[in-house]
Design a protein around this ligand. Structure first.
Ligand SMILES: Cc1cc2nc3c(=O)[nH]c(=O)nc-3n(C[C@H](O)[C@H](O)[C@H](O)COP(=O)(O)OP(=O)(O)OC[C@H]3O[C@@H](n4cnc5c(N)ncnc54)[C@H](O)[C@@H]3O)c2cc1C
Length: 425
């Protein structure tokens, strides 16, 4: 087995009394192999992928799902506690180099882990894990100096440090090139001024992977990524943002006021930050698709279970043809998306550029999640309109898929670029 030893219950501290409302609505059976594929005949997974999923599933069922309702109410999950548990078991460094504490596996294992994280009964916790493993750290792992990796990457993989990603700003989200935060070199330090918006885990993070303008050059060549400890003077968490979903995950706005950080904290080459950020988009997007696929699976499964026992007009809701036909349509689309994900992943691990396929999968994932959430919620009737059931949480949480990490329209633009259909300048 290539990963760290299987998770054992007694490795983890108890986190307090569980509140099990939404979690109780589904069977507790392991969903590690929830997809239609068997463990021996899968397009991209080997028995080792399935063993990894199984091991992660135990952590999810024992250490995460029983507490999700509590964290949703609190508007935050205990990132340090949960990341330590995941880090101890190796799940925060699946694709990271072995010499820095990672498992050194290929990206298909990251897809497997993301799929399994989709069994968490909310979107906020998996999103924060994804930021830690596949959004804030890939550039550091690829291009960071050995000293920087030792200081920031190793503890992040171990779960001793929580990290966040500082790209989006109040005035720049889709248009990353127009960020305004500046890092001006003064001697052997950068002095940082500006601010970041929508920072996932920003209220709990020990460090930020910050994208800032380090020169006045052209927008694609003037940006750098910097490892920024979050306890430095001049860093102010302005506010925690109230959101329609993803409640377990804290999202903050942060300001930088003459924050001084050593120039050695720059990741890779100065001026390459934008390029590094773009390079990891294929992985980020496939990761997001894998995650939401499992969530959609679970919502459909829950809906079948509920509508089978809920009777209207003397028969189960499910037996009305419009209901079971619609669920069959959604399931079909889900399988199409799953095939695209596995194909893109298989090509990617062989070294191909899958930007077009990853963008298509992200676009479809966002749109399908909206359809699944809306249709399934409808079949729960008034119950679907309460916050007591998974389907309503999914309806709220999954809406982000079409906005975050590249909105649907950004995906369409990328696909058009590959189709050579954009208007010529
Ligand atoms: C809960 C949450 C967590 C987040 N976490 C992080 C994080 O940890 N780190 C981080 O850096 N960012 C984070 N983000 C930011 C996220 O990536 C941005 O919200 C996203 O990139 C969109 O940017 P924006 O909100 O500024 O929207 P805008 O850029 O203002 O776009 C608005 C809308 O314009 C449309 N649009 C965009 N491009 C085009 C186009 N080419 N043609 C036509 N229409 C278009 C889209 O419909 C888009 O939704 C998070 C956001 C949320 C809501």
């Amino acid at each position: 087995m290539p990963f760290k030893e299987n998770y054992k219950e007694d490795q983890c501290p108890q986190l307090g009394q569980p509140g099990r409302k939404i979690s109780e609505n589904v069977s507790s059976k392991s969903k590690a192999s929830a997809s239609a594929d068997s463990t021996t005949d899968h397009p991209i997974y080997t028995p080792e992928h399935f063993a990894l999923k199984e091991s992660l599933n135990k952590i999810i069922e024992q250490e995460i799902n029983p507490y999700v309702d509590q964290w949703e109410k609190a508007g935050q999950f205990p990132a340090h506690k949960i990341f330590k548990i995941l880090g101890n078991a190796g799940f925060l460094g699946v694709t990271k180099p072995i010499e820095y504490g990672g498992l050194g596996l290929d990206f298909s294992y990251s897809v497997a882990v993301s799929e399994e994280l989709g069994n968490i009964r909310c979107g906020g916790v998996p999103m924060a894990v994804g930021v830690q493993t596949d959004m804030a750290t890939p550039a550091l792992a690829r291009f960071g100096s050995p000293e920087l990796k030792k200081e920031f990457l190793v503890p992040t993989i171990l779960g001793d440090k929580v990290c966040c990603l500082g790209v989006s700003e109040v005035g720049a989200g889709s248009d990353v090139a127009s960020i305004m935060t500046k890092a001006v070199r003064k001697g052997d330090e950068f002095v940082i001024n500006g601010g970041k918006m929508w920072t996932t885990s920003g209220g709990q993070a020990d460090w930020m992977c910050l994208l800032a303008n380090t020169s006045d050059g052209p927008p694609h060549k003037n940006k750098s990524l910097i490892c920024l400890p979050m306890n430095l003077p001049g860093i102010h968490i302005a506010r925690k943002i109230n959101k329609i979903g993803m409640w377990s995950s804290d999202t903050v706005e942060v300001f930088f006021d003459d924050v001084r950080v050593p120039c050695k904290n720059i990741i890779g080459q100065e001026g390459m930050g934008f390029t590094y950020q773009m390079l990891q988009f294929q992985e980020e997007r496939l990761w997001g698709v894998a995650n939401i696929l499992t969530m959609m699976d679970n919502v459909i499964r829950d809906t079948i279970q509920y509508t089978r026992q809920r009777k209207i007009f003397k028969q189960p809701v499910l037996y009305h043809q419009s209901v079971h036909f619609r669920l069959a349509e959604l399931e079909t689309e889900l399988e199409l998306l799953r095939s695209l994900l596995y194909r893109a992943t298989a090509l990617y691990i062989k070294g191909n550029d899958v930007t077009k396929l990853a963008s298509m999968a992200k676009l479809k994932g966002g749109r399908l999640a909206r359809e699944v959430g809306d249709s399934c919620l409808q079949y729960w009737g008034g119950m679907g309109y309460t916050s007591e059931v998974l389907v309503s949480r999914f309806y709220r949480d999954a809406r982000l898929m079409s906005i975050g990490a590249g909105a649907d329209e950004v995906m369409l633009s990328i696909i058009c670029k590959y189709m050579d259909t954009l208007p010529r300048k």
